[in-house]
Design a binder for this molecule. Structure first.
Ligand code: NAP
Ligand code: MG
Length: 406
């Protein structure tokens, strides 16, 4: 029996809800605790715990990630009216992800888990395409007006300096709709910095795409800020690493992405990122359970998670005592990413190695043993040996981990 791997500093563990929480506990119990002398600072974001603490626990978890720099988060319920009833909540608390993202000023990077038996729908793709979505402003924080006859319209900005700025729309010739959106330089800068840093750390090219030929002021400002952050803070390191930063027009970028072999980080404005992260996920792996997600701040704070939610429907089955074939792959990879990051920051090589082995054990289980959960079986090209329940899959991964661990 080899000894457990010792850690230096803790990982901030943020627990969550429903089936995701069940898989979380199983992953820890079977695949991590037997091998790592796990140090964590634990925050329970179960919906009832958030409710009891008036959501203070979410803020505390984000503060802890700032302090310890590495966290791993389980999917959590973002309550709506139905959930308020279901869990007897005081109110519909805000999305924990939004709260944490705001506090860390972070950008979300979504990456596919590439498996040889799940070929991408785009046959040229060989290396990951990681979509970085700016999660601030644009239509998500815009205003809209519907008008019912010909009209004139202008935008008025009352600056705190007292100076007013105005821009006129063309004459509105009949009933219609109008929309105003905004962004803030400092947020664009953080987004650019997080994107450049993430791509550099992962030795990938960075793409940023917008439509500055048409949206001269708005997209033009994004382009300018990306350029200046690159030149002032990253150019030297990119050149040393042999990496490029590319600005493309968004339509050009889409065409290039489809024709490329992958291997880049694609920084997208909020709406573009909303669309293209789902597009890349569906075209790459066909299942949200094969997507990981990392929140990465401009200062390098890191929070990994699975891209999927709490898998509510499977949880109700689980509660009825039925076995489910929910896929824990993204959960296992989220833990691996946090262990790797912790190991890298603290210089604990064993932890970095273990993270790689954990990921390999999952890949061996699906690719070589052809044991997989139902969602992967649906998109697998190769013959399938066994469609496993969640626990059977974890046990199969464990058998492989035992073999490759030494
Ligand atoms: P979801 O939990 O991602 O599940 C949607 C469907 O995707 C599932 O019903 C299942 O399809 C499939 N799926 C997702 N993950 C899977 C996995 N690991 N293995 C197998 N299949 C998987 O999204 P949702 O049902 O819309 O949301 C449920 C709750 O999650 C909501 O309360 C929402 O607020 C929360 N949520 C949290 C996060 C987060 O914390 N990061 C993200 C998204 C949603 P089949 O039923 O067809 O098998
Ligand atoms: Mg979307």
């Amino acid at each position: 029996m080899t000894e457990k791997i010792l850690m230096d500093k803790p990982i901030v563990e943020i627990d969550g809800d429903e089936m995701a929480r069940v898989m979380w506990a199983w992953t820890k119990e079977k695949l991590i605790l037997p091998y790592v002398d796990l140090k964590v600072e634990y925050y329970d974001l179960h919906i009832n715990k958030r409710d009891e603490s008036n959501d203070q626990v979410t803020t505390q978890a984000a503060e802890a990630v700032k302090k310890w720099r590495v966290g791993v988060k389980c999917a959590t319920i973002t309550p709506n009216a139905e959930r308020v009833k279901e869990y007897k909540l005081k109110r519909a608390w805000k999305s924990p992800n939004a709260t944490i993202r705001k506090m860390l000023d972070g950008t979300i990077f979504r990456a596919p888990i590439i498996l040889s038996n799940v070929p991408p729908a785009v046959k040229f793709w060989k290396k990951p395409i990681i979509v970085a979505r700016h999660a601030f402003g644009d239509i998500y924080d815009g205003v809209g007006i519907r008008f019912d006859c010909p009209a004139e319209a202008e935008i008025v900005v009352k600056q705190s300096s007292g100076r007013e700025l105005r821009a006129k729309f063309p004459r509105l010739s009949g009933a219609g709709v109008l929309q105003g959106i905004y962004n803030i330089d400092s947020s664009i800068e953080s987004f650019a910095r997080a994107s450049f840093r993430y791509a550099l750390e992962n030795k990938l090219e960075l793409w940023f795409a917008a439509k500055d030929t048409i949206s001269k002021v708005y997209d033009g400002r994004f382009k300018e800020i990306f350029k200046s952050v690159y030149e002032e803070e990253f150019k030297e390191d990119y050149e040393k690493a042999g990496l490029n930063y590319n600005y493309f027009l968004i339509d050009d970028a889409v065409a290039r992405a489809v024709r490329s072999e992958g291997g880049f980080v694609w920084a997208c404005k909020n709406f573009d990122g909303d669309v293209f992260s789902d597009f890349v996920a569906a075209a790459y792996v066909g299942s949200l359970a094969l997507m990981t997600s990392a929140l990465f701040s401009p200062e390098g704070h890191f929070l990994s998670e699975a891209a999927h939610g709490t898998v509510q429907k499977h949880y109700y089955k689980h509660l009825r005592g039925e076995k489910t074939s929910t896929n824990p792959t993204a959960t296992i990879f989220a833990w691996a990413a946090a262990l790797r990051r912790r190991g890298e920051l603290d210089g604990v090589k064993e932890l970095v190695k273990f993270a790689g082995k954990l990921e390999n054990a999952v890949k061996l289980t699906i690719e070589r043993d052809r044991i997989m959960t139902a969602d992967v079986a649906k998109v697998s090209e190769a013959a399938i040996n066994h469609i496993a329940s969640t626990m059977e899959f974890i046990e199969a991964v464990k058998r492989n981990l035992e073999k490759i661990r030494r």
